[in-house]
Write a protein that binds this ligand. Structure first.
Ligand SMILES: Nc1ncnc2c1ncn2[C@@H]1O[C@H](COP(=O)(O)OP(=O)(O)OP(=O)(O)O)[C@@H](O)[C@H]1O
Ligand SMILES: [Mg+2]
Length: 161
């Protein structure tokens, strides 16, 4: 498995998200810095908040009323914002040929792709932002790598207390 391409300018961050509201704020700030061609790999155990993150990013681009169903059975859901947004949940992916049928690999690089359970991908995508969520008491700890300096700066100023 290859590691994502990284440049020295890309930054690693760890941010504590004590509740859903702060997790939503975290995702909204990320959304401001995400666009066409970006891929976000969302990892962490069941219930860690991966879908919560994706839902908040999609709503930041399409409006708070946007329905964001879980793609756990369809594997992907697509949204038309100013650019395409693909929300994938690969937990139930059984064969990598399904990925070709879904068109997800083609979409990476043109759409904004938010991918839950990215360890199911046959190869780690190049130049992705990785967000790993872990249970931390009632809240979650987010580890983010591959963020642009602008995103890292925005998160640091929003979450430093
Ligand atoms: N920082 C947080 N603090 C407390 N609760 C949170 C936080 N982030 C998310 N949650 C809540 O955790 C629950 C599970 O979140 P979510 O469905 O997004 O998990 P998931 O990682 O997508 O799980 P799965 O692996 O089953 O897809 C939701 O009720 C969500 O609102
Ligand atoms: Mg989920």
């Amino acid at each position: 498995m290859s590691l994502p391409n990284r440049t020295p300018a890309q930054q690693d961050l760890q941010i504590f998200l004590p509740d859903e509201a702060r997790a939503t704020r975290f995702a909204q700030i990320c959304a401001d810095h995400l666009g066409a061609g970006d891929t976000v790999l969302l990892s962490g155990p069941v219930g860690a908040g991966k879908s919560h993150f994706a839902r908040a990013v999609i709503r930041a681009h399409l409006g708070e009323e946007t329905e964001v169903p879980s793609p756990s059975f369809t594997l992907v859901q697509c949204y038309d914002a100013a650019f395409e947004i693909w929300h994938a949940d690969l937990y139930r992916l059984s064969h990598s040929f399904e990925l070709a049928e879904l068109g997800l690999e083609e979409a990476m690089g043109t759409a904004l792709c938010l991918i839950e359970w990215p360890d199911r991908l046959p190869q780690t995508p190049q130049r992705a932002i990785s967000i790993s969520l872990a249970m931390a008491g009632e809240g979650r700890m987010a580890h983010l790598s591959g963020a642009s300096p602008a995103l890292a700066g925005a998160l640091q100023s929003a979450f430093s207390s």
